[in-house]
Design a protein around this ligand. Sequence first.
Ligand code: CUA
Length: 349
Amino acid sequence: MIELIKGYLPNILDNLPLLPEQASTIAAEVDLLTLAWTAISFVSGTIVVAVALYFGIRYRRRYATQVGGHETHAPAVEIVSMLIPFVACMAMFVWGTKVFVDMRRIPPDAVEYFAFGKQWMWKIQHPNGLREINDFTIPVDTPIKLTMTSEDVIHSFFIPAFRVKQDVLPGRYTTMWFEATELGEFHLFCAEYCGSEHSYMGGTVTVLSQEDYQDFLNQESPERGSPVSGGRELFTSLACVTCHQEADNARGPSLRGVYGREVQLASGTSVVVDDAYLRESIVNPRAKMRSGYMPLMPTFEGQVTEEQLHDLVSYIKTLDNTNDVAANDDDSSDDSHDSETATSVSAGG
Ligand code: CUA
């Protein structure tokens, strides 16, 4: 039944000027749910009003001294009239939850982009460091994860054709994901009133084929390096590396492989290290102290921009056992081998 409706839905909606084009994997699902809710509400609302009108007229008081009849119970009618709305509501709830989970669960292979909201513009950063303002160029048929934050007030990132909208808040990260299915240009809006030029805060999402997107990336040379390389430089220039070294030490824990891991906190609870935790630990290190460490780390609030924070987080995320924390630790194994040879030579002599 649903498949049948789904088959016809795009054709119906194409001819309705009410909704924008369905240009993402989630769009048809969202429209179908909205349409179903509207239809069910309309039908049940009509029934209730019609029955109320009918009873009002049919059982009206016909003369001034008329009194009401005896109330009787009809358990079967009462049970059925409760059961039908209950089952309908639960069905809609389950369906709505499914669509919600589909919208919120980010596919593991999604490519991560970054967006900064600011009065009154959107700044987009591609994974290679390329930046756009009020333009968002993406490849088709690719799951895209967008991590967002605001540099001032609350904004909301809204692409109607993709049926996705997410508030963008100062001081924290929010995420959304989508996969564009149609080539072309689509509106991008700010959907949260954010000041006098809120209505101008928008732009264009351009969906290109995979090849065109590669050409686009090749043509536009990024004015800065990738977030990861920017973060690597900051990690040294801000002297993070003095305390966060290869191995845990008295001053600070090693950040190698920390992303995605559960760590113990001084408060006795634990936390899974994600973007938000890393960001918070840089601007407010005492908020969630790792257990076993002294609160030595100074806050970097006000010293780093949201963009630099994102660079640092991006870099820390890459620290596993194949990358090195400090650039100058590279050839320590060779050195020790050499000195060992030198020692044995001198001992022999
Ligand atoms: Cu930003 Cu409205």
